[in-house]
Design a protein around this ligand. Sequence first.
Ligand SMILES: C[S@@+](CC[C@H](N)C(=O)[O-])C[C@H]1O[C@@H](n2cnc3c(N)ncnc32)[C@H](O)[C@@H]1O
Length: 403
Amino acid sequence: MPWLKWLFDAWRLPVGSHATLDIGCSYGWMAAAMSVAGAATSIGTDIRRPNHDAFRSTFPASTAVLAMADMFKWCYAPDRFAFISIRNNSAFCMAPQLDEKFVELGRNVRRSLTQGGLAYLSFLTNFSGMRSDDGFTNLPLADIIDYLHRTGLHIVKMMKLGGATAFLLCRPEDAAHFDGLQRTITHGQRFHALREYVEARVDGAVPAPRILRNLFLAAADMASEIALRWHICERATVCLFGRGILTYYVWRIMTVLYPHIPVGGFVVETNDEPSVLHVVTDEEAGRIWGDNVLSIYLDTKHWVDVALGAATSSAPPCDLMFTSGDFGPTLPSGEPSMHGVPTSGETFTFHYCSGDHDVEVPPIIAGAYLTGLLRNLQEPCHEDAAAFEERFFTTFPSGFEGV
Ligand SMILES: C[S@@+](CC[C@H](N)C(=O)[O-])C[C@H]1O[C@@H](n2cnc3c(N)ncnc32)[C@H](O)[C@@H]1O
């Protein structure tokens, strides 16, 4: 519910004047959460008949209504919905391909959104294209992006963490509006997550678990944005360049979440530390970046500079930059939290990953992702969060061999 409330506020969705819809709502928990989060009219539909009595007794505070509908056969009213969710959808994760039936559903969603409305689609896939034992077809990311293009929906944002992949989508005529909001919200969220992390280190403190978690989510968010851009631009390789350990974090998460994307020519400048990374100068980096490379500049040093009150670092020309000197330090401190900036006295929370599982991500998993100790979550992980921090804040790892 808090995540939905944040989402409605941050993206300025007109949920007071237009309905919200949860397609494939199961027993209705999300439809209930939407109404408690401020949706004036919340509707949930599922191919299975809803149990109204159980719904009313489980969610007495909710004004949502549930109905029965096959999402492939039902036509939702045009121009009516401020938010449409298709969350953790079994039809999508079991589909061998997203054929005409799915395309028509997507077009139906597009027509049903009102001006300034958003759709949220999430389902499980590891992108391998190989059917797993549970029957999931694990659709490749390229197929999903191709599918979304065929529906005519504009991709505002992709979010991935663990097995869940989620998209925020809008009508094409709202693309400029949401792309503008995306930049502000995402940048503000990341900026605060990373600055919180760096400031704790600059003061010599071991970061609180929440700070480590936020760092991890910010890095995962950058990795998702890089992956989406790489597919849309149809480049051969991703090349990361930066002057801080954050560049390594993102590279590491890329290799775990998007193993099919070649992250080549990875370069970074260090103080002669032994490194698994290819170390080059700014000038060499510019030469390495070729036409068919998506070049990314990622700089933790910027946040260290900000935390120390020093001058901001400069960036070489690139396709995508995750540190811009003109945004962070000048952010007004009293800005509302809906734009990712905490008001004074408020605890900062990074809301911005899949929205499906991020609240459950413990810091220990962050360590596991970044060090290559990714393992079945039923088993204990050897990595201790504080020890992880000590080893990884300033020193680039050497001898890394991959997962
Ligand atoms: C894994 S559950 C997820 C439920 C809920 N959205 C959530 O996130 O917890 C998938 C839901 O999709 C529904 N579903 C599958 N195919 C559907 C269809 N053709 N039309 C409507 N709902 C469908 C199922 O009945 C089930 O309730």
